[in-house]
Ligand binder design. Sequence first.
Ligand code: IMP
Ligand code: MG
Length: 175
Amino acid sequence: MEGNYRIILTEEQIQKRVKELGEQITIDYKDNPPVIICMLKGAIYFFSDLTRNIKLPLEFDFARLSSYKNGTTGGEMELISNITTEIKDRDILIVEDIVDSGKTLSYFVKLLKEKKPKSIKICTFFDKKDRREADIEADYIGFTLPCGFIIGYGLDYAEKYREFPFLAEIIDPSK
Ligand code: IMP
Ligand code: MG
């Protein structure tokens, strides 16, 4: 893998954008601070940086979903760990690493809606808009760039490379 990736966003570029998103969310939610949900594992750094840039009293929760993808087609969805916060009549902000087909998020949003929250919004670090299959859009988007498979800043390739502070694109996925 050494050398099999190119950096597409530096740590500085990421931090600048995350700060902007935090400022926007601070304004939008100033009267109703949200329950903010981190989608594990990929959103861990984004969530951690973003929440420190939202100047509001927040309530944190965490959820973990896994989709078993056979090749490029989305497979079964499994809720590995759910939130425990009572969210009825609350404003919810979901923080995700990347929206690709959108299947993971639309599945999770459907589950949350059963708990009757007041509102649900989505903040994603990265949006692969042109690969969308499910009818779902993020309300806050860090970056949308043409790219292949990306790693770093929490994102993995077979559970590796999450710890990179930058975002990189894999050059040859077969390696
Ligand atoms: P979706 O259900 O197709 O939207 O898949 C979203 C999930 O797939 C994300 O939360 C990521 O975990 C994973 N994913 C999709 N594209 C990438 C990528 O380029 N790099 C790393 N993970 C990805
Ligand atoms: Mg993920």
